[in-house]
Design a protein around this ligand. Structure first.
Ligand SMILES: Nc1ncnc2c1ncn2[C@@H]1O[C@H](COP(=O)(O)OP(=O)(O)OP(=O)(O)O)[C@@H](O)[C@H]1O
Length: 311
């Protein structure tokens, strides 16, 4: 059942076209990932979906309700975990959650129960009397989530909820998203961390420069480009001229560099391997390891745009 629908949505900030004719649907009960580099238009899309921004044109429906016409009815169904922390430093953790629960009309015993549930769910029950100023970045992010889920929304939208936090909190957040989904929530997760989206989402949309450049089941997207393969080269040191030479090689679909690893994405790795080794040797690059590896969502992006997600 289609639960969320965007039809030809466009949004400009003065001359900047932030969202360019974006259309997609999300089914009830899905974990949908919206992936793209910084500035791709993910946050703007989310802000329009939750009614914080109005599209210049196009239509957004949530459970058949037009967000523009009945924003309050749509907001009741939504829980937004915004990219910037939306918590009050002068209130304790439980007071913060109570504040947001109150905004959604929860009162008395019912509100108390929901606060306890939200605290337990985010692992903050022992710290409920503390103010967020004493919290780590990860704990603040978890409190941000507790505030967004206290009213048990049908749809939970998380806009880069793991930016700048420790791996333990990150794993806790990713696990809790899957648990919320098992409990029945439809999840929209935006990130520029490909690994996170790959780990928790079944269907993904990939945005770049305001456009939705790919949409579908993540495994189908990967299969669509199986005509490509990836060679991972671990080196002692990378130099820019070698990377440029690799990019110019016939049959190479893209090259990206992370630390001392070069990822070469090519139509046929086996055929290109000799040429790649030749170029690396010519540039005096010492190879520590070389391997053919599986295609991932990062490669889908590289294939579609010719650039890395984290460029
Ligand atoms: N309030 C604003 N005023 C003007 N331009 C904006 C505003 N907010 C976003 N933009 C621009 O619109 C484009 C899309 O930004 P948006 O924040 O939606 O991208 P994003 O994919 O969410 O990126 P990030 O991962 O960095 O949050 C970018 O070019 C950005 O600079």
């Amino acid at each position: 059942m289609t639960y969320i629908q965007l039809n030809n949505v466009i949004k400009r900030y003065s001359h900047q076209l932030a969202v360019d004719q974006v259309s997609f649907t999300i089914e009830k009960g899905e974990v949908f990932g919206l992936l793209g580099p910084n500035g791709a238009g993910k946050s703007t899309t989310i802000k329009m979906l939750v009614g914080l921004l109005k599209p210049d044109s196009g239509e957004i429906l949530v459970d058949g309700i037009d967000v523009k016409k009945r924003p309050i009815d749509v907001k009741k169904k939504l829980g937004l975990v915004p990219q910037e922390l939306a918590i009050y430093n002068n209130l304790s953790a439980e007071e913060n959650i109570a504040f947001f629960g109150g905004l959604h009309g929860l009162r008395g015993k019912h509100l108390k129960e929901r606060i306890e549930e939200a605290l337990t769910f985010t692992g903050l029950e022992d710290r409920k009397k503390d103010k967020p100023v004493k919290f780590s970045g990860g704990m603040k992010r978890r409190l941000n989530i507790a505030c967004a889920i206290v009213h048990k929304p049908d749809i939970i939208i998380m806009d880069e909820p793991t930016v700048g936090i420790d791996p333990q909190s990150r794993n806790h957040i990713l696990d809790s998203i899957l648990e919320l989904n098992r409990m029945g929530a439809t999840i929209i997760y935006t990130s520029h961390y490909m690994e996170e989206v790959e780990a928790i989402c079944k269907r993904v949309g990939i945005m770049d420069n305001g456009k939705l450049i790919a949409l579908g089941d993540k495994n189908h997207l990967k299969k669509e480009i199986t005509s490509g393969e990836k060679i991972l080269v671990e080196t002692a040191e990378v130099n820019a001229s070698a990377v440029d030479a690799l990019k110019k090689l016939h049959g190479i679909l893209g090259v990206s560099v992370k630390d001392n690893q070069i990822e070469v994405y090519s139509k046929s790795s086996q055929e290109r391997l000799q040429d790649i080794l030749f170029i690396l040797a010519n540039h005096q690059i010492m190879i520590k390891n070389i391997a053919l590896t599986d295609v991932n969502l990062e490669n889908v992006f590289l294939h579609l745009t010719g650039k890395s997600l984290r460029d």
